[in-house]
Design a protein around this ligand. Sequence first.
Ligand code: NAD
Length: 258
Amino acid sequence: MSRVIAVTGAASGIGAATAGLLRERGDRVIGVDLKDVEVCADLSTPEGRASAVAQVVELAEGRLDGLITCAGLSQAGAAQVSVNFFGTTDLVTGLQPVLAAAPAPRVALVGSIAGTHPNDAAIVAACLAGDEAAGLAAAEVAAGAGRAHEIYGSTKAALTQWLRRTAVTPEFAGAGIPVNAIAPGVVLTPMTAELVSDPEWKAIMDAAVPMPLNGYAEPEVIGNALLWLIAPENSHMAGQMVFVDGGAEALGTTLFAG
Ligand code: NAD
């Protein structure tokens, strides 16, 4: 049966690959991104996120079978707090009513191996408190202290904790909506293209995210894992961050460890 699935970040990388896999099998995709998709919206602002939710609800025509959130920013800066964390959580909560109306609704997020790396406690706490202004301020402080590289991992660490808390609530588990996530290692997308082509950055990345199993992943690898998370067969998994990272998390290596 064809399902209606919203995919954020659908214009590029993992989101585009996932949207392609869904379309190939006959699902209707509602892509959300800055441009070149069904729903053009800026997930870095509360207004943009509200607009995205309203447009998806309208296009879904009363029933959304799945939501996959791939939109994300890797350039170090405070905007990562808005896009990576609130651009995910506001869509999940905003779309809950239209998901709850579907027969087998599912939500899949995209975290990161970086969520296991050293992070900034103030950013994580502000995100979990739902305080975007405080999160942005904490990110500015981290950047000013020369720790801008911690912002990305902090947003992903916060997402992991939010996932675990949210998945088991009456609104999600109680409403029959499994919410889970995939945490990739290094995936070959426009986000990483410059890093993998620069020998110096590649060496830093390979040390931080060693992938003994098959090396860097193509975006379809993550897409197929996301497809399983939103499949009706996934009936009993709740709040899990599943690492699809070539073994990096199992190795337990941490970024910039001495
Ligand atoms: P990508 O840059 O190819 O795609 C990200 C998409 O998000 C883009 O289409 C971009 O336009 C969209 N986006 C960014 N800011 C937005 C905004 N303000 N409003 C709406 N859309 C916005 O990157 P990707 O590699 O496909 O990353 C997808 C997800 O996977 C991200 O959450 C990223 O953090 C995560 N991830 C990627 C890797 C990797 O190695 N590529 C590893 C771990 C996690």
